[in-house]
Design a protein around this ligand. Structure first.
Ligand SMILES: NC(=O)c1ccc[n+]([C@@H]2O[C@H](COP(=O)([O-])OP(=O)(O)OC[C@H]3O[C@@H](n4cnc5c(N)ncnc54)[C@H](O)[C@@H]3O)[C@@H](O)[C@H]2O)c1
Length: 324
């Protein structure tokens, strides 16, 4: 079985990747167990190492131990509001971490898949056409700026050092094991606890993608992506929906709850809108989950795993109270 190193395996999307492909690869996960991570997320069979990607020596040691055929970089600080408060850790993880991993991959002559985001394109509210990979990069908040910076850095390493890198730009993702500061698990928590869900008052659209579709897109990029290229990974076109519609559907599935309009976050992007035609044509990848299945599967998981949700919320509680 091929050995790969996955970063951020205690987080949401990387853990789904590890659960889904644990029989396909021998996986070593590296994570510093930081914000958004849950020890409960480790997939069976995944070797579980703890280190900060910004620590180049520790990372080199882990790669020596694992000797992987490829690395897949999920690890990142990813919460926009936190990046607006203080982006220091975002530059350390999202740029320096990616840099250290890329230079190790290049030194070893192995492929790096870098998991980026549609947020690098900015806000599509005024756009007439959905983003393609050739659309301008217009990241607008500190989180997405660090993701865009990492992409430019990796592109330069591909160009100057011959790094074998493939970049994926995934859409807004939901599914099992997402930390409850993000909209859907936060809504399930609020509804179960009879607390009002705080919804930003300006309507915003997102393309809601099931984490299994995101994971299969990343696998396709790893196996079939062209070196130096970026691929949009988007759900079915009809999965685009306003956030308030999605939260109301979550409320209906849970069967109770209140929604309370609140002031928007600063720099609130109102639409992310892209097509994944290049991934369909070049990677042979297609998303499978429509919006109904995405929401039903996601909410069902939180309802069936309320211990996980309670543990994640307990971890979040001191930080929420510090914020208030
Ligand atoms: N969630 C989404 O909707 C979405 C959409 C598109 C792209 N992405 C990208 O997917 C990736 C994963 O996102 P997620 O939602 O699973 O995030 P997450 O916060 O759930 O997981 C990130 C993991 O990375 C780890 N990590 C962060 N910095 C690290 C460092 N310096 N060293 C070691 N580990 C570190 C954290 O401890 C955490 O376990 C990110 O790169 C993100 O930009 C996310």
């Amino acid at each position: 079985m091929e050995r790969i190193l996955v970063t951020g395996h205690l987080g949401f999307i990387a853990s789904a990747f590890c659960w889904n492909y644990k029989d396909r690869f021998e996986i070593t996960g590296v994570d510093f167990a930081g914000w958004g991570s849950m020890e409960e997320n480790v997939a069976p069979g995944t070797r579980d190492l703890r280190l900060d990607l910004a620590d180049a020596r520790a990372l080199a040691g882990a790669l020596d131990e694992c000797n992987p055929a490829a690395v897949v970089n999920f690890a990142a600080e990813s919460h926009v509001d936190r990046s607006i408060d203080d982006d220091t850790s975002f530059w350390s993880s999202n740029v320096m971490g990616a840099r250290n991993l890329a230079l190790e991959a290049q030194r070893r002559g192995i492929r790096m898949v870098h998991v980026s985001t549609d947020e690098v394109y900015g806000d599509a509210l005024e756009e007439e056409q959905a983003w393609t990979e050739d659309s301008p990069i217009r990241a607008k908040n500190p989180y997405s700026v660090t993701k865009a910076a990492a992409e430019l850095m990796l592109g330069s390493y591909a160009h100057t050092l011959g790094l074998d890198v493939v970049i994926t730009r995934g859409a807004n993702t939901i599914g099992p094991r997402q930390y409850p500061e993000k909209a859907v698990p936060k809504a399930v928590t609020c509804f179960l606890e009879d607390k009002a869900f705080p919804l930003f008052k300006t309507p915003a659209r997102r393309m809601w993608m099931h984490v299994n579709d995101h994971a299969s897109g990343i696998l396709a990029a790893l196996e079939s992506g062209k070196s130096g290229e970026a691929y949009n990974i988007a759900p079915l076109e009809a999965n685009e929906a306003y956030t308030h519609d999605v939260i109301e559907r979550v409320q209906a599935i849970v069967g109770r709850g209140e929604i309370q309009p609140v002031e928007d976050r600063k720099a609130y992007d109102l639409r992310y809108w892209m097509v994944a035609d290049k991934a369909h044509a070049e990677l042979g990848w297609k998303p499978e989950y429509d919006l109904t299945r995405t929401l039903e599967d996601t909410v069902a998981w939180y309802l069936e795993n309320q211990d996980w949700l309670a543990a994640a919320n307990a971890k979040l509680a001191p930080i929420r109270s510090r914020d208030n």
